[in-house]
Design a protein around this ligand. Structure first.
Ligand code: NAD
Length: 363
């Protein structure tokens, strides 16, 4: 199969669909890979590394889309990319179609076979191609929070780990899923005092077994949340109710009573956020202040660490890319129900129930 990797064109997107090691995996199995010149330059993946891995460089996205049997990307195709897709061509990338009727219509019109990373399931449950980005965002949330607690960034001027003779800062993590667990690992690592809340007591039990008395676990309800956030220096929001907007667990009133100069990192902002005072921000202007509390609400946190994110994403995507290339999409989807769950649009039809329902397509 001929596989094509265009340079991402969405604003401030530096990730790339295939790393040189992933190119090598495909080439070693007899496939050909074409990569747009400079596709990985933003994260230090040079054209020379791609050619050494066996790729052929082509100068334009037009050539990638015109030639490739399968296009591998990171972000959803932009309108000019949708216009270049061909009937029967495989598109393998994040799509997030439900809130995006224009993109969905363009993909339907293209006749392409569009497989979305975010709906591919895993044998152990969960969404394994989303998990790496939650891992990145969870770990990064502590880094972002620590940085914004510095005086020059508007924070209270607190070092989370403390120093001998001065108490450590208090980090409260709401939601102990992938984001929360990864945030917890970093929070414990820097020596902060940590409280974790979740509605899932089994999850809290597991964390208690691992971390013992280095952390406090609390069953999540309005009372426990209020008590925890009022004493917090940093609060991480990592809740998810699948298929729904994030519940507003921290009210405006609670925020107004928090310590001045405390920091909120609302990782769940991509689902609307779990703080009543949150609204999405960007890497260019990541924070705003409400009632003296610094809010960091970047909807695309992994973009800030695009190199790590690219490698983490490739670890999760490459096996299915190889299956699609080896078998063709029909056989690969027949053989693997989890990969089939990724099929969102196929040859002019919406093939994912939730997207069809939300956007009014026949299914
Ligand atoms: P997850 O499903 O692994 O974990 C969510 C956790 O929230 C679960 O443990 C669940 O029990 C818990 N929860 C649900 N309701 C709760 C409540 N009322 N109180 C406390 N806990 C509750 O999800 P995840 O992968 O950790 O993702 C969390 C959120 O982060 C999602 O909205 C995801 O889209 C988002 N996310 C954002 C970014 C970003 O860049 N901003 C990046 C990755 C993920």
């Amino acid at each position: 199969m001929l596989i094509g990797v265009p340079k991402e064109i969405k604003n401030n997107e530096f990730r790339v669909g295939l790393t040189p090691p992933s190119v090598h995996e495909l080439v070693a199995r007899g496939h050909r890979v074409i990569v747009q010149t400079g596709a990985g330059a933003g994260i230090g993946l040079t054209d020379e590394q791609y050619t050494a891995a066996g790729a052929t460089l082509v100068p334009s996205a037009q050539e990638i889309f015109a030639q490739a049997d399968m296009v591998v990307k990171v972000k959803e195709p932009q309108p000019q990319e949708c216009a270049m897709l061909r009937p029967g061509q495989i598109l393998y990338t994040y799509l997030h179609l439900a809130p995006d009727p224009e993109q969905t219509a363009a993909l339907v019109k293209s006749g392409a076979v569009c497989i979305a990373y975010e709906t591919i399931t895993g044998p152990g449950g969960g969404l394994p191609l989303l998990a790496p980005m939650s891992e990145v965002a969870g770990r990064m949330s502590i880094q972002a929070g620590a940085s914004h607690l510095e005086k020059s960034k508007g924070g209270a001027g607190i070092l989370l780990g403390g120093v001998p003779g001065v108490a450590a800062g208090h980090i409260v993590i709401i939601g102990a899923g992938v984001v929360g667990t990864n945030a917890l690992q970093m929070a414990v690592g820097i020596g902060a005092r940590v409280t974790v809340l979740d509605k899932n007591v089994d999850r809290l039990r597991q964390l208690d077994l691992v971390y013992g008395n280095r952390i406090s676990t609390l069953y999540s309800n309005a009372h426990a949340i209020e008590e925890a956030v009022l004493s917090a220096d940093l609060v991480i929001g990592g809740v998810l109710v699948p298929g729904a907007a994030a519940p507003k667990l921290v009210t405006r009133d609670m925020v107004s009573k928090m310590k001045k100069g405390a920091v909120i990192v609302d990782v769940a902002i991509d689902q609307g956020g779990c703080f009543a005072t949150s609204h999405p921000t960007t890497h260019a202007d990541p924070t705003f202040v409400v009632d003296g509390v610094v809010h960091y609400c970047v909807a695309n946190m992994p973009g800030a660490v695009a190199r790590t994110s690219t490698f983490a994403l490739n670890n999760a995507t490459i096996a299915h890319a190889v299956a699609l290339a080896n078998k063709g999409w029909r056989q690969a989807l027949r053989d693997d129900v989890h990969l089939k769950n990724g099929l969102n649009v196929c040859e002019g039809k919406v093939t994912y129930a939730a997207v069809a329902k939300d956007l009014g397509y026949d299914y």
